[in-house]
Design a protein around this ligand. Structure first.
Ligand code: 4NP
Length: 157
């Protein structure tokens, strides 16, 4: 059976999208359905390529038993041919990713969706960027992602 491919995207790929990727992997692992999925994350920006996720986000996730192990990479043309679901964190990511997609032939396969469109508990229309804020911003991002990412999984399975 063809795997379901999911790519989470933010700006730097060191805070929000690695957290979303790790939460999603944690959920499908708990459900015993990991083998049905290809899951990854990427950033629209290039500043942090190759770096581990922000230590503040890794620490906050670890408190919830979620391990963030990814290294940052930038979104690339091929992602629009490989990933069926490209889930972005905010309106700026949405616009940038749509612009990139429109330049790639055959990219109709990819659906670009804001992850907060799936939220059920939190009203935020975007996942706020925690990078320049305090430590509680990382917990809040994890709170809203745990809601929207689990609702996304329910929606597609
Ligand atoms: P992210 O957060 O998009 O959630 O990974 C950011 C990380 C770094 C920067 C901006 C946002 N930065 O400007 O370096």
């Amino acid at each position: 059976m063809e795997k379901i491919s999911v790519l989470f995207v933010c700006l730097g790929n060191i805070c929000r999208s690695p957290a979303a990727e790790a939460i999603f992997k944690h959920l499908i692992n708990d459900k015993g359905i990991s083998d049905k999925f290809i899951v990854d994350s990427a950033g629209t920006g290039s500043w942090h390529i190759g770096k581990k996720a922000d230590s503040r986000m890794r620490f906050a996730a670890k408190q919830r038993n979620i391990n963030i192990t990814s290294n940052a990479r930038q979104i690339k043309d091929d992602d629009f041919l490989k990933f069926k679901y490209i889930l972005v964190m905010d309106n700026s990511n949405f616009k940038n990713v749509i612009d990139l997609k429109n330049r790639v032939k055959g990219s109709d396969f990819a659906k670009i969706i804001k992850i907060q469109d799936f939220a059920s508990v939190f009203n935020d229309k975007e996942v706020p960027d925690p990078y320049f804020g305090g430590d509680d911003g990382f917990d809040y991002v994890l709170d809203i992602l745990e809601d929207s990412v689990s609702c996304f999984l329910e929606n597609i399975t």
